[in-house]
Design a protein around this ligand. Sequence first.
Ligand code: SAH
Length: 667
Amino acid sequence: MEEKDFSVQREAMVDYQLHNRGITDTAVLNAMRRVPREAFVPRELREFAYEDTALPLAAGQTITQPYFVAMMVEALNLNGGERVLDVGMGSGYLAAVLGSIAGEVYSIERIGELAEAAQQRLTSQGFTNVEVKAGDGSRGWPDRAPFDAILVAAGAPSVPTALKEQLKIGGRLVMPIGPDETAQELVRITRVSADEYESQDLADVRFVPLIGEGGWRRASPRPQRSFGRRRDSNEDTELAAQIAAVAEPFDSVDELPLDGLLERIGDRRVVLIGESSHGTSEFYRARQRITRALIEEKGFDFVAIEGDWPDVARIDHYVRHAEHPPSEWQAFARFPVWMWRNEEVREFVDWLRVHNADRRADERVGFHGLDLYSLYNSIREILNYLDEVDPQTAAVARERYGCLTPFQSDPATYARAALNPGYATCEAPVLKMLQDLQRRDQEYAEHDGERFLDAVQNARLVANAEEYYRSMFYGSRSAWNLRDTHMFETLEELLAHHGEGSRAVVWAHNSHVGNARATDMSRRGEFNIGELCRARFGDEAYLIGFGTHTGTVAAASNWDSPMEVKEVRPSLEKSYENLCHQTGRAGFILPLETGSDKRVVRGLSHPRLERAIGVIYRPETERQSHYFEATLTAQFDEYIWVERSRAVTPLTTASLRGAPDTYPFGL
Ligand code: SAH
């Protein structure tokens, strides 16, 4: 097989992920310029070797994100020639980086199979100064002690005593410490004298647990390991039969049975409806049927979707027959256009407009966007609004938002600029603008409540998007959390705006809607709107998820690449999807609440694999890029299954010919 040259990506990784983020130690930067990370990641993940993320390794372990490798090694203050202990060797990448700088490295890995593979990689890369052994590194390596530096790449409740004892006076130890197995603080301990240690906090991190005498005592019952539990295939066959017996079957989503579902939803306030891809027709159609029923039979007040506020505001203008004209730019024009600009959504939008037509303005059902990618369209909307109602403030706003203008073509570059020490970020001016607008509440709201809401939401979006782009650079966790926090705040604002007791339907991907606590996400420190709703509204929030076995899906191969209709691979064995597939049903609705069938709920409450397809689908690396672990019963209140699904139909110019000027999807 042809070997790809990764040197350009490696250089870029060092420049953007390390140097621009404040790693300055040239020994560390040079070592990471030399060690080929692609040789340390599993073969099928090589193309991701220089992504800004941790990667999965055999035996449920992970290879540390490059940025944290650099941060940890830098914190050891190595000058060359030192004797270093590396605990939790994993892939061996960190050992290789250490070996390129220090004199001798002693690496310990608990899992024999990993130690062996890592040893082979180091040998084939020509490292002769790294000694490897399999065993419990929380006890250190007494034969080789004392060490100038110790690095531990796994988390423990406290620093193992043995390691502290094996540190030379003046030596440094860097490791993640935290009271639970999923979240730690990266700390540096310096031994200042025989019995004195100084400690310094470096960063919030998530590492796998250090398992052993000086760490966590045994493999924890977290999903990651319990997943490995042998599940008898007979057990699954039985469970599938039980599911088939209790689930409410349907042949087509167009005839979705709604009575049971509506009854279970009762008078809850917020219903979040997911999707396990951004391009499956059945999910959109089922979601719309449910939403229509919620509106018609239960009087829900608005729908809020995973789309950008100003784009979705155009749909809102249209469906609520608003008087002021929508703005002129092309809404939903950014990648991925098919996600909302499709026949399925159009059908709902047209229905909603008719539904609203003969209702009083204040009784019309709204349609709103929760997402924050529309930084510049939002700025333009705020300026348009202020120009009209308050030209003086508009001038101030122009100046403040001017700070962000140079990055218009690629907001992500803002993040890079903002990283330069001494660069004045736009944080203060955009926050000031939001606060100013909020303070004018009374004054402007009298003018026009709806339009004022629109301006404030756009200002909130700009403030959160500014922070989002700035933090995007530090790794995906905080950026993801900011985005879902923004979605949640927007939802809360909307509930307040629509008045006391108002009720909302949310449409977003399963990964936003399903409680993050029940999935891998929480291990990475990520939460989502489903989790935030659960915390805020308790039982008043109802979470509905979707899944499918096979069929086609509209998705791209890369960000900004064209949409393709791709074949969805049949679901993997041992996944929830495969279990549902074994029911032999074309489709069903399955209640997962405790009140539901006990055996089914119990059977489904062990973690399994679950598939998520976003706007990108890469069948080639499906297991790594699209499956994660989750506990379905804790993730959703209800699960809707479609055995065989089809791609959504994107709107084309021809399909919109003759649409009125105000039509939200105008091309
Ligand atoms: N730095 C590594 C990251 C490995 S993840 C890399 O970049 O590849 C942490 C590793 O610590 C896992 O491989 C895990 O098996 C190992 N580990 C956990 N407890 C351990 C212990 N007590 N002794 C040695 N290794 C341990």
